[in-house]
Design a protein around this ligand. Structure first.
Ligand code: AMP
Length: 545
């Protein structure tokens, strides 16, 4: 027997409508490309999203059409996040840090009908235009800032001007596609994750449930994580649900600019990848002061070095280490601690904070060995991490072959991460499957070695990669960017700092230096580039044990 309750579709429009009705004082603050700071309420955001949706329809955009964006975090990008899906079309966020080749591939694969772009990206798009599919271009600016351009582009503010500011949003099934985001893909062509209204609304609710208590009522949140990378970790949807003010940083993401923005706008919680927090931490040390209101950061995308977490925590900033991927919307786990664990002594608390935290509501996890056998959640057994839930991709957009490879016989998604899970539910990522180093038949976790080495004062950034070895199969090579160029750490100094934590055979065999780490489009160290660069590195004498 079915329950006798209404069944209304979970549509993204409902999130913005709710914020517009309930949180009149919350603001969207944007540092714009034009150089000014813009403020608007959720009510105004809704009104402008309505205007934009009407303009889109007039441009011939309708259900299932893909509308691409190439833009920083700002109010116009947020308006697109609602206007496009609210008429049944798909908002396709493109990462501007991708190579030209990948960008062209993605635009064709997605079949984009229009591209909305910030002024910053105009020269790049003009250069690529001949290789992109035929589509309409819209420059996300006003008439006063409209440049001459070779795209025959429309002006964003002109599109909105004079239109009605209210409408009843169209209704359609909640499973309708709403967003498309391609993973940069370390091998092969980029693959598209196609979110639905339902998955995004449920994901927003998971964030509000799991992180809400730490964030507090109507927090002021800084999404440093870009809107072009996995929906800025769900903040465009969870923000309105929680009545959060969103402080959009625009293009300036260096430590100094972020420190000032946090200070000027009373940011309480900031979200981003570890390299961003490294920059902010350096600025805090330089000024010997943290931004006044900052009390919480969410970090993910790659492992947060433990020394950095401890640095922030000592300043009274709660570090919430989260794990996720493009295919998981992205939040899969979060580092908010339950009450009893908050009372633990500092060192024990930091050990928990170094993990990727506990799963969010609605995401199930299993770890399996190479034969597909489930491994116990005992904190030591390592295995491939698989996830399942309503916010997890069930395949890739228009790519059956790749889809088949990532879903197992029981319907779980294969993350490609190697992890262990403790009896009380703490997930620890040990490595990407392809980054693990197999030495003499035993696995070495590159993340572990990197984390301990990063505690050394002379190490600014560090990556451990496998180098082929005649006797052991593979041995670890450590690549370091020194904190000060003329004060490089020695291999012995590194091994000394690793000694209390790791077995001798897990120490790197050699140490090399780079002035600058190669980074991926999503702000992670590109180990693929490093492996390529050091593929002819001559290993030192074979290790003896
Ligand atoms: P992306 O889809 O580009 O966001 O990349 C997802 C991948 O980033 C995951 O599969 C992990 O390998 C890595 N990752 C994400 N969050 C973390 C984290 N907190 N610690 C370590 N690795 C992470």
């Amino acid at each position: 027997m079915d329950g006798l309750m209404m069944n209304r579709p979970l549509l993204q429009a409902g999130l913005l409508d709710y914020a517009a009705d309930s949180f009149a004082s919350a603001q969207i603050v944007s540092r714009r490309v034009e150089g000014d700071t813009h403020r608007q309420s959720y009510g105004q955001t809704r009104a402008r999203a309505v205007q934009l949706s009407l303009a889109l329809e007039e441009m011939g955009i309708g259900p299932e059409d893909r509308v691409a964006t190439l833009a920083w975090n700002g109010h116009r990008h947020l308006e697109l996040y609602y206007a496009v899906p609210n008429i049944g079309a798909v908002c396709h966020t493109i990462n501007p840090r991708l190579s030209a080749e990948q960008l062209i591939f993605i635009a064709h694969h997605a079949g984009d009908k229009a591209l909305f772009l910030d002024l910053t990206f105009l020269p790049a798009v003009e250069t690529l235009k001949a290789h992109l599919p035929a589509m309409r271009y819209v420059l996300m600016t006003d008439r006063a800032h409209m440049p001459e351009n070779g795209l025959d582009a429309l002006c964003y503010e002109d599109l909105l001007d004079g239109r009605a500011t209210d409408r009843d949003w169209p209704q359609f099934p909640e499973t309708t596609a709403s967003g498309l985001c391609y993973t940069s893909g370390t091998t092969g062509d980029p693959k598209g994750t196609l979110y639905s209204h339902r998955s995004n609304v449920l994901h927003a609710m998971s964030i509000a449930v799991c992180l809400g208590p730490d964030l507090g009522p109507q927090p002021r949140i800084l999404p440093v994580v870009p809107l072009f990378h996995v929906n800025a970790w769900g903040l465009p949807f969870a923000g309105p649900l929680m009545g959060a003010s969103l402080i959009m940083p625009g293009p300036h993401l260096d430590g100094e600019s972020l420190w000032q923005l946090c200070e000027d706008e009373g940011v309480e919680s900031a979200w981003g990848v570890p390299t961003i927090w490294q920059g902010l931490y350096t600025e805090i040390r330089k000024r010997d002061a943290k931004p006044g209101a900052l009390r919480h950061i969410v970090v993910g995308g790659s492992a947060m070095p433990r020394s950095l977490t401890e640095g922030f925590e000592k300043l009274g900033i709660d570090v919430n280490h989260a794990w996720g991927m493009t295919e998981t919307s992205p939040l899969g786990s979060h580092g908010s601690l339950p009450t009893d664990k908050r009372r633990l002594p500092f060192a024990e608390r930091m050990a928990l904070k170094a993990t990727q935290g506990r799963r969010v509501f609605g995401v199930e996890m299993k770890i399996v060995d190479e034969n597909g056998q489930r491994q116990p959640h005992d904190g030591t057994a390592m295995g491939g991490l698989y996830v399942r839930g309503n916010t997890i991709a069930d395949g890739y957009f228009d790519n059956e072959e790749a889809s088949r490879k990532v879903i197992d016989d029981e319907g779980w998604f294969m993350t490609g991460d190697i992890a262990s899970i403790s009896p009380d539910g703490y997930l620890t990522l040990r490595d990407r499957a392809k980054d693990l180093i197999k030495s003499g038949g035993e696995w070495i976790s590159s993340i572990d070695v990197e984390n301990f080495a990063l505690a050394h004062d002379k190490v600014a950034q560090c990556a451990v990669i496998a180098m082929p070895h005649p006797k052991w199969g593979e041995r670890p090579l450590m690549v370091v960017t020194p904190a000060t160029p003329d004060d490089r750490p020695t291999l012995d100094e590194i091994c000394e700092i690793l000694a209390p934590h790791l077995a001798r055979w897990q120490f790197p065999d050699d140490l090399v230096f780079v002035d600058e780490m190669p980074m991926t489009a999503t702000g992670k160290i590109s180990k693929r580039t490093l492996r390529q660069r050091f593929k002819n590195h001559v290993p030192p004498e074979p290790a003896e044990d």
